[in-house]
Write a protein that binds this ligand. Structure first.
Ligand code: PEP
Length: 249
């Protein structure tokens, strides 16, 4: 039985006051049935970290550097995220792949860095609308996944890895994948992982992301291979995010 996980990706939104309010409201909610992760922008990580305190809510970064430290202006090292209280880090979000040219190889290096620095990577995979229309979903998601499965240290990474399937056409568009569309890809991802390590495939949590809202979460999370969600827009309103967490577990 996999414990559901719901992560809120605030992206580049909010302010100090918004970060404080969201954290306080979400931390005050009783959400015993799922793991909850808040991923604020870097400048607010320490504020959120100090306010979640001992609550059953974890902190996550939205990205990390693949390098340990040094002359990488603007980047954030895994050790710094861990230092400030992060347990998770999103890696390979489609906005990073599309807007910042992150390649599969670089994403794989970030996954390895996150793992070796003690963080749980939330690895994002997903196809664009053109790729789905060209029936290339499995090819694209398979290529993105294989870059990770090819890492020399994959055996130690897999048991803790979290994967978020996020079709690019569903992110921020209000057009979620149907539960059946999402389940099809999730089951396919789990099978591909099983060909490497069947035990890890059973344990690994596969999140769905892309326009999840309180009113479509139940049908998505009811699917056998969907173990929670990576939530963008709806994580910026405490009541929506809490409602989605309650549906998850
Ligand atoms: C995301 O940013 O990862 C995401 C899924 O966004 P939204 O929920 O707004 O589609």
């Amino acid at each position: 039985m996999r414990r559901p996980l719901v992560a809120g990706n605030w992206k580049m939104n909010g302010s100090r006051v918004v970060a404080e309010q969201l954290t306080d409201e979400i931390s005050a909610a009783v959400l015993p049935g799922c793991d909850v992760v808040l991923c604020p922008p870097v400048p607010y990580l320490s504020i959120v970290s100090s306010r979640i305190g001992a609550a059953a809510v974890s902190l996550g970064g939205q990205d990390c550097s693949e390098h340990e430290n040094g002359a990488y202006t603007g980047e954030t090292a895994v050790s710094m995220l861990a230092d400030i209280g992060c347990r998770y880090v999103i890696v390979g979000h489609s906005e990073r792949r599309q807007n910042f040219g992150e390649t599969d190889t670089r994403v794989a290096a970030k996954v390895a860095a996150a793992h070796s620095g003690g963080l749980v990577p939330i690895l994002c995979l997903g196809e664009s609308l053109a790729e789905r229309q060209a029936q290339e979903t499995e090819m694209v998601v398979g290529r993105q996944l294989d870059a990770i499965l090819g890492l020399p240290e994959i055996a130690s990474i897999l048991p803790d890895l979290v994967i978020a399937y996020e079709p690019v056409w569903a992110i921020g568009t209000g057009e979620s994948a149907t539960p059946e569309q999402a389940e099809q890809v999730h089951a396919w991802i789990r099978e591909r992982i099983a060909s490497h390590d069947s035990g890890a495939a059973e344990r690994i949590r596969l999140l769905y992301g892309g326009s999840v809202k309180p009113d479509n979460a139940a049908a998505l999370f009811a699917m056998p291979d969907i173990d929670g969600g990576l939530i963008g827009g709806a994580s910026l309103a405490a009541d929506s995010f809490i409602a989605i967490c309650r549906v998850a577990g």
